[in-house]
Design a protein around this ligand. Structure first.
Ligand SMILES: NC(=O)c1ccc[n+]([C@@H]2O[C@H](COP(=O)([O-])OP(=O)(O)OC[C@H]3O[C@@H](n4cnc5c(N)ncnc54)[C@H](OP(=O)(O)O)[C@@H]3O)[C@@H](O)[C@H]2O)c1
Length: 326
């Protein structure tokens, strides 16, 4: 058993350079915890926003003047290498994937998590790299399409930002749910989005999908590049505008549409759901993977030692699908 573990410290908010590699004594699982030897962990837009402490209201959860956890990284996959005395459902040797929650620290070689936390067994057919991404784009998009927008077969769905982590999952999920799917993407990503099942791909640089006379039952704005007000006239009578990026305008529109009118604006923080909700939603995602209706799009893989480079790349806003460190 290793006596030290490597992780990435974030002791103040800022750009990728605030990240510092650290070596610490290996953690020991408490009675209800498992120790995981991490094989892959995701580097997501949400991670870079947490590192930067943006938007500022997020610091209420993350730490007012500096990141409370001190470590970075949210989603991981790996192997259970030790278990606490009271652990019943997992054992040494199990391959798992999970989310670190507000303790963070997933961009590391090891992590201790509660057996009852957001941890699932990793199927053999899913790689460690793929599994490490599932709590980000896949779970978030599945949550938004099935629980927030409640997409029905035959509905028309527009995915704004089809080539990101959320977007590449959303296109596949909307298709699997039986929707007619349009997605916005740049010309360089058009073929990718078509290969994921989109019926229509709109080049966001030269066309406005909201002004071509189409009516959508659901607009999933994965990047927060539009707004309820801008999409309203392109929504059907009971249309839903759903967006994972919260700002004051979305907050206002959520409150207003909850009381007035039939068209709805909605936000959710998928990561904040209870572990049992995460496990239920991800079991559904794994079932879609098993039936070849969903496969996470993998962009770049960096060594864990190059986490700063990985953050710089993610922050360009140009990644296609998911980035991991191993
Ligand atoms: N609420 C929640 O529970 C929750 C959970 C997870 C993530 N999030 C948030 O969700 C957001 C999306 O994350 P993500 O990881 O999917 O993003 P991402 O992967 O970083 O998105 C990058 C992609 O967006 C495309 N893009 C850039 N500008 C665009 C535009 N104007 N129109 C269409 N496509 C555009 C880029 O393509 P080109 O390079 O070709 O432009 C690139 O492929 C983040 O803000 C994240 O914090 C929220």
């Amino acid at each position: 058993m290793e006596t030290t573990f490597n992780a990435w410290d974030v002791s103040r908010y800022g750009g990728p350079d605030v990240l510092t590699s650290v070596s610490r004594p290996a953690p020991t699982p408490t009675a209800g915890q498992v120790l995981v030897r991490i094989r892959a962990s995701a580097v997501s837009r949400a991670d870079s926003m947490m590192r930067a402490g943006q938007p500022k209201f997020a610091r209420l959860f993350l730490g007012l003047s500096r990141p409370r956890s001190g470590l970075i990284g949210t989603c991981f996959s790996g192997d259970v290498v030790a278990v606490g005395d009271a652990v019943r459902t997992l054992q040494v040797g199990d391959a798992v994937f999970g989310e670190a929650g507000l303790q963070f620290g997933a961009n590391a070689t090891h992590i201790c998590v509660d057996e009852t936390a957001s941890v699932l067994t990793k199927p053999e057919t899913v790689s460690y790299e793929e599994a490490a991404t599932l709590f980000d784009g896949a779970m978030t998009s599945w949550h938004f399409l099935t629980r927030v927008a409640k997409v029905q077969a035959g509905e028309t769905v527009l995915i704004l930002g089809g080539s990101g982590s959320l977007g590449t999952a959303a296109v596949q999920f909307a298709k699997a749910l039986g929707a007619k799917v349009s997605a916005s993407a740049s010309a360089r990503n058009a073929e990718l989005i078509k290969s994921l099942g989109a019926d229509v791909v709109v080049d966001y640089a030269s066309q406005d999908p909201l002004k071509d006379g189409c009516a959508y039952d659901v607009v999933f704005d994965t990047l927060g590049v539009s707004s309820f007000r801008a999409t309203k006239s392109a929504l059907t009578k009971k249309g839903r505008y759903v967006c994972p990026v919260l700002g004051l305008a979305l907050l206002r529109d959520m409150l207003l549409t909850a009381v007035f009118g039939r068209k709805q604006a909605k936000f959710a923080a998928a990561g904040m759901s209870k572990p049992e909700v995460h496990r239920a939603e991800l079991s559904e995602v794994l079932a879609l993977m098993a039936s070849n209706q969903f496969s996470p799009v993998m962009d770049r893989t960096y060594p864990l030692a190059d986490l700063v480079e990985a953050h710089r790349y993610v922050e360009t806003g140009r990644k296609r699908g998911n980035v991991v460190v191993v």
